[in-house]
Design a protein. Sequence first.
Length: 249
Amino acid sequence: MAWSTRQLAELAGTTAKAVRHYHEIGLLDEPQRASNGYKRYGVSHLVRLLRIRRLTDLGVALADVPSVESGDEKARRILRDLDAELAADIERRQRMRRELAAVMDNRTALDMPSDLKTLADDLPETQRSLLVAYSSILTPQAMAALREQLSGPRGDLDAEFAALDEDAPDDVRQRMAERMAPEVRRQHRAHPALADLGLASHRERAVAESVAVHALVEFHNRAHLDVLRRVHTILVENDASGSESDGRQ
């Protein structure tokens, strides 16, 4: 009794193409051929093919099969490395399951960075979108500082700024900027990791600034941007004034 390539493949739960490939790379010996030229496989080929399948099902690369079969120190190293890869993959999949569970419990956390999902319920859509964009440029330390910053209580000023109408008059914008400037200064002092975008980002400064600017323009109206510009001007003028006072002393 002998089998054709197709029959052998079916018995081993693989394909005729795979069997031919194993021949080509030297993992499976060529069988004898019948008088008509067709390959005739026996039980030894089936056993060999099942062993190859067993190792590849465990994740062993075809190129490593001969080394693993030798049972020497190289074989043990290959298996230890494979075990480490599987452990990392299990951890990754477990993390994915935890994040999927969080998404099922809270749809607003769908696109949030994993370490900021707990804030999703309390953040306006604009801030959630900004966080997603910033997660592409900020270092883990800066993201942790941002999480700490956003975990604090949000006052009326945050709500007023979010609700600022695009056609808000100049005096309203100026008063809001003057009220926001001390809070922004306090945040810079409390979270210095966020004060300098070049230091807070793992990207090149130009790239980080491009993401930040595009995100601000995309998710804020003209009045918001004008208020932020005014806040920046106030802080710069205060710094300059403070430097001059120090010089006179």
